[in-house]
Design a protein around this ligand. Structure first.
Ligand code: PGA
Length: 243
């Protein structure tokens, strides 16, 4: 069971230090769940330092595919690895929708991050319009096949996929456990790696989502920004992995 907190563009370096110190204390002794935080680039170094030795891993929110080069505004996977970051999100729907990320560029980012030894959480999910048009299966199939094609067999153990229906992100509208399970079962049939659900995961709905057979964890946005709610979701993850 893997619970990852996607902070998006929230928390300064100073806020990161106090949050991570508190998180580390509160998760001490919580077993059976792997915990990851994904701070903004400017907070990665502080998060790594404060969480060192705690077992809580620090991932970036994106990574470029090249090792270096003329790519203004981008960060190379090796740069992340050097400061102790152990993985990255790739292809979050906000990257796809607001920053022109495509299946092709996502695949290159995933390949580059895995080549540099990082773990990857690759995100997929349909928009509301696609769901209403009955396109969910086609969209997921296309996105997951692009990811699968980018990953060598020997790197698969460092890959997870997050299913995040776009209509459920930041809206308070969670997919029902049945909708999540249906999408996860489809994704599993295409690519058998750990599958996280994301989209308005909260302490109140975490147990029923995380106990679905094909749900192996959660990618949490808003509720990962407060220690109380994030710890409660991590505890739900621990319960689900024991059940
Ligand atoms: P949310 O975001 O939990 O705030 O819906 C999830 C995500 O975007 O990863």
């Amino acid at each position: 069971m893997l619970i990852a907190g996607n902070w998006k563009m929230f928390k300064t370096a100073a806020q990161t230090i106090s949050f991570c110190a508190e998180l580390r204390k509160r998760l001490h002794g919580v077993r059976d769940v792997e915990v990851v935080v994904c701070p903004p680039y400017t907070s990665l170094d502080e998060a790594v330092r404060v969480l060192a030795g705690s077992g809580i891993e620090v991932f970036a929110q994106n990574a470029h595919w090249e090792r270096e080069g003329a790519f203004t505004g981008e960060i190379a996977p090796a740069m992340l690895a050097e400061i102790g970051v152990t993985g990255s999100l790739v292809a979050h729907s906000e990257r796809r929708q607001l920053f022109a990320e495509t299946d092709g560029s996502s695949a290159r980012r995933i390949g580059g991050a895995l080549d540099a030894g990082l773990r990857v959480i690759a995100c997929v999910g349909e928009t509301e319009t696609e769901r209403e048009a009955g396109e969910t299966e086609n969209v997921l199939r296309r996105q997951v096949e692009a990811i699968a094609a980018a990953v060598d067999e020997e790197d698969r153990n460092r890959l997870a996929v997050a299913y995040e229906p776009v209509w459920a992100i930041g809206t308070g509208r969670t997919a029902t456990p049945e909708q999540a399970e249906e999408a996860h079962a489809l994704i599993r049939s295409l690519l058998d790696v750990p599958l996280l659900y994301g989209g308005s995961v909260k302490p109140e709905n975490a147990d029923e989502l995380l106990t679905q057979p094909d749900v192996d964890g959660a990618l949490v946005g808003g509720a990962s920004l407060e220690v109380d709610s994030f710890v409660a979701i991590c505890e739900a993850g621990a319960r689900a992995s024991r059940s």
